[in-house]
Ligand binder design. Structure first.
Ligand code: ZN
Length: 210
């Protein structure tokens, strides 16, 4: 949807003194812990998630992060999610609605075994953002708009040095945010410099050189 009469750009997002974002619906998850001493959020990790896979719009993502997902409700849940304790800091729904589950000051459980240019345990020093989506479906304009506003707010508040996909820091194990995620669009919308997209430019360089 666009061009609705009277629509206006949403106000910019801000991170409060406790690591919670204004404008996000707060759904505090118990799945977090303190960051290690001295660790600050310097990496933003972009994911996709849909539960069940490729089904959008239900409450299941929040239910998973709040440890209340009914694992008898779907064979996928039964096979993969029973007893799983995970969280991300943020979820951006298909309509752009933003939910926050963990304070950015705390360590959420989104990346699992991971490695950012030799630095392991990316959850220690990252903020995880889940886009409701899948590897097979383009994301919505409203999701990019919210993501750009969120990343801009995070980069103002924290020393964000890089953005990466889950697949970048857990290659071979994870594929999200998937082939439809438009990194150049995110960079354009946030106006962050090339250095903060360390996984994106080798391919561009190769293409330009060919
Ligand atoms: Zn992921």
């Amino acid at each position: 949807m666009s061009g609705a009469r009277g629509s206006a750009a949403p106000p910019p997002l801000e991170v409060d003194a406790h690591g919670w974002v204004s404008g996000a619906r707060r759904l505090p998850s118990p799945n977090f812990e303190a960051r290690p001493p001295g660790a600050v959020p310097s990496l933003v990790v972009v994911h996709n998630i849909s539960l069940p896979p490729d089904v959008f719009g239900g409450p299941e993502i929040a239910d998973l992060f709040l440890n209340r997902l009914d694992c008898d409700a779907h064979p996928y849940f039964d096979a993969h999610l029973r007893g799983v304790r995970v969280s991300a800091h943020f979820v951006i729904h298909r309509d752009g609605a933003l939910e926050q589950f963990v304070s950015c000051d705390e360590r959420a459980w989104h990346a699992g075994a991971s490695n950012f240019f030799g630095r392991e345990r990316c959850n220690d020093f990252s903020i995880g953002i889940e886009l409701e989506g899948s590897d097979t479906t383009p994301f919505e304009a409203a999701q990019y708009a919210t993501l750009a506003a969120l990343v801009t707010a995070l980069a103002k508040r924290y020393p964000v040095q890089a953005l990466a996909g889950h697949s970048d820091i857990a290659p071979g194990r994870k594929t999200d945010p998937g082939p439809h995620f438009d990194w150049p669009r995110l960079q354009r919308d946030t106006q962050l410099d090339d250095a903060r997209f360390p996984y994106r430019h080798p391919a561009d360089d190769a293409r330009d050189a060919s």
